[in-house]
Design a protein around this ligand. Structure first.
Ligand code: 4AD
Ligand code: MG
Length: 433
């Protein structure tokens, strides 16, 4: 007997097959049972009759939700069934029966979010959560395929670091071996600046950590970031790379995960539209947009979530805001030659209120200016000696950015909060399960 996956059931129309999975739901109607099975690739409805398959009927009757089962039966087209096929059951092998005394905690009804987050290890079994995780995986694949095709080499940055990259207020300190101090990385940027000087065009893609005290729908304490870095590159090169990357991710998901987007009831038209080039406006133009909308922001203020939402509302695709004031940006950003109070920086803001998905800039390549910025930011020069070496030995203009995976996937999926798009979210008050 051929073992198949539910996603491929349509290729076996009329055949007797085996499906290995779990009982998702069971409707009983006299001498007929209508179970729904899931196997991780999809769900399929089954029909089991007492008259035709008494053994299977008795094994299935009263079986508890999420019991693991191996099902045999005949696949047949059924227009009304989810997925378009159903299985006429002839055999059931129960691998483990969920005890009646301890039923699966997540029923097919609405539950509160805190409850679901406590049950995250089980919540991911539900079709909506599984669809989101599959879209996340596709986003990663499309992103990496794009970067590789652009000639960027993956060079992984370390998680343990001796110093801050994105400000000292959101650092996680770790007790490293023998009382040495270390921090969890906030960004792999400083390290890929080094690998960029070695290989030219590089990227890193891994977890990053921020001890953010922010309790918003856009913040995690552990999130994944894809960061490209290129030698002999500037701000415009990175804006072009950023819009290409985001277009490739969105179009990859639209192409390969349409079924999952449908499960999420996502408006795919809005995503199909996401193609480079993206609009670009300066920080000063963005401030003007805000003021026109009655927002009190003035030159020199940073944008919060509300401001980002107002700015992005005028566009049907992500917008890139560039040339922020240096004073509100990170220590390493190269000042504009004509306007030294502005940094050669950009943020990409996603549509539909999802906020900043990319932050990037050209980096300071001048030794003296970088030392001055370290001092101004009270950063320990000792810990940055290796970073200063990059300005001692063949320094060149270079640039890069960081794309937040979860914010990007949350926007693509249209989820309310980014906690749903990572298998096990880490947030202000949550490190369980
Ligand atoms: O703008 P950020 O802080 O930039 C950097 O870390 C640079 N060193 C990147 C670089 O140039 N190589 O963060 C980059 C992106 C943000 O645009 C956002 O999408 C995401 O990372 N991000 C977060 N995502 C979830 N939770 C948080 N707490 C995040 N903080 C940043
Ligand atoms: Mg930023």
């Amino acid at each position: 007997m051929t073992t198949i996956t539910i996603a491929n059931a349509g290729r076996h129309d009329g055949q007797e097959v085996t499906i290995r999975g779990w009982l998702y739901n069971l409707r009983e109607s006299g001498k007929l049972l209508f179970p729904i099975f899931r196997d991780g690739t999809g769900i399929i409805q089954g029909v089991c009759s007492l008259k035709e398959s008494p053994d299977a009927f008795n094994a299935l009757k009263g079986l508890t939700q999420e019991s693991s089962v191996i099902v045999t039966g005949k696949i047949r087209a059924e227009q009304r069934a989810p997925g378009g096929y159903e299985i006429g059951i002839t055999g059931i092998q129960v691998v483990q029966k969920v005890p009646e005394a301890t039923p699966f905690p997540i029923q097919l009804k609405e539950h509160g979010v805190d409850f679901l987050l406590d049950q995250r290890h089980l919540w991911i079994r539900t079709p909506r959560q599984a669809a989101i995780l599959r879209i996340r995986a596709q986003a990663v694949k499309s992103a990496r395929d794009f970067m590789d095709a652009q000639g960027y080499t993956l060079t992984d940055a370390p998680m343990f670091t001796p110093a801050a990259c994105e400000g000292t207020t959101t650092l996680f300190e770790v007790n490293y071996i023998d009382d040495q101090k270390a921090f969890l990385t906030q960004s792999g940027q400083l390290y890929i600046e080094a690998t960029a000087m070695a290989l030219g065009k590089v990227y890193t893609f891994g977890p990053t950590f921020r001890a953010e005290k922010s309790k918003t729908r856009r913040h995690l304490t552990e999130f994944w970031m894809l960061e490209p870095e290129a030698a002999y590159a500037g701000l415009d090169d990175m804006m072009e790379l950023g819009e290409g990357l985001v277009s490739a991710i969105v179009q990859g998901v639209v192409k390969h995960r349409s079924r999952e987007l449908e499960t999420l009831k996502r408006d795919v038209k809005k995503l199909e539209n996401i193609k480079a080039p993206f609009p670009r406006i300066t920080y000063e133009e963005a401030v003007a947009v805000l003021q026109k909308n009655g927002n009190p922001t003035k030159f020199g203020d940073d944008f919060g979530g509300d401001e980002e939402t107002v700015i992005s509302r005028s566009f049907d695709r992500p917008v890139m805001v560039h040339h922020y004031p240096s004073a509100i940006k990170a220590f390493y950003m190269q000042p504009d030659a004509q306007r030294p109070d502005l940094a050669l920086s950009f943020d990409m803001l996603a549509p539909e209120g999802y906020g900043e998905i990319i932050g990037g800039s050209q980096r300071i390549h001048d030794f003296d200016l970088l030392v001055q910025r370290l001092k101004q930011n009270n950063l320990p020069e000792e810990a940055f000696q290796w970073y200063l070496d990059l300005r001692r030995y063949g320094s060149v203009p270079h640039a890069g950015f960081g794309l937040g995976l979860e914010r990007t996937v949350a926007w693509i999926c249209g989820t309310e909060h980014i906690r749903e798009v990572i298998p096990f979210p880490r947030m202000l008050y949550r490190v369980y399960p």
